[in-house]
Design a protein around this ligand. Sequence first.
Ligand code: SF4
Length: 347
Amino acid sequence: MVSVYDNDKLELFCRKQGIYDHALKRFRAAYFKKGLPEEECLANLTESGRAIFREQVGLTQLQLAEQHDSKLDGASKLVFVTAQQERIEAVILRIDSGRTSLCISSQLGCSAACAFCATGSLGFTRNLTAAELLDQVVLARRLLAAEGRQLRNVVIMGMGEPFHNEKAVCAALECLRDVRCFYLSERHLLVSTVGVPAAMLHFVGHYPKIRLALSLHSARPEVRARLMPHGGAAALAKIRAALPALTRHGNFMVEYLLLEGINAGPADVNALIEWLAGVKAHINLIHFNPFPGSTFKPVTDAAREVFAAALRRAGFKVTLRRSLGADIAAACGQLAGSSGASQGVPS
Ligand code: SF4
């Protein structure tokens, strides 16, 4: 079986089977770019070509099991299932400006165990394959195409730590940017990580135009270690040492979740400014979405403004990030493999 995402192998396979290049090109345009239903995509092939594809080409394996549409905003949580009935979540974000983004998952569960994140509380089950990452995009794109919407951004920011599944994530990025497949602008792709320096350095070397976001959440080692068990002093020092190389291309962002009484005071903002000294980074301040069982609380809007103002005075570009989909457990940190209550902040 040859994967529909394995471009070179698929082309070789089609040539051997007598399927013309132009027919494959039309199939791919329908499948990846236009987001048409599978049968309409296959209609671009001859009858024998369709039979060959059905039997010998691995098309989308995930099934869309549930769709939860927010009543508050333009978010939809999509729950996909594997053949083994494992649940994978992705979120469509329809922004007021007309732009549409998709947040996809890279793992089933996560071993990073961040204290504020529901996914982290699930533990780690397994890495998703590149095909499972890309199936999320194909199926979401079909839904959006039926609405007459184009998919603009894909962010790997859902369940899991992408750089703990580096090989599959990089293979998926190749396909997302490939002119033969999705052909999305590299500037509209983003990977978010808790900070895996070796993988991050490799990433910026190979993908200098793709955006990279670091889930920092505190520059104080003792505070960060409380929030992220593997993220204390040693991890912070390694990430800091890599920052000059990571920020060289201007696509680097810092994600900072503001938690009342934990990381949002004057000492915290000063530590952040000091930690980022000399570095060009865009800082996203994120609102915390409480969930049952969580002891963390969001800060007030006023406290968030004070924190942001201090960063701006220090010369940083700051965005106050609004989370969509809080009512359907699809906002930042609420993905937990269930359709139930709100949960944590995936990287
Ligand atoms: S925040 Fe990201 S890295 Fe941390 S536990 Fe959640 S999904 Fe994993």
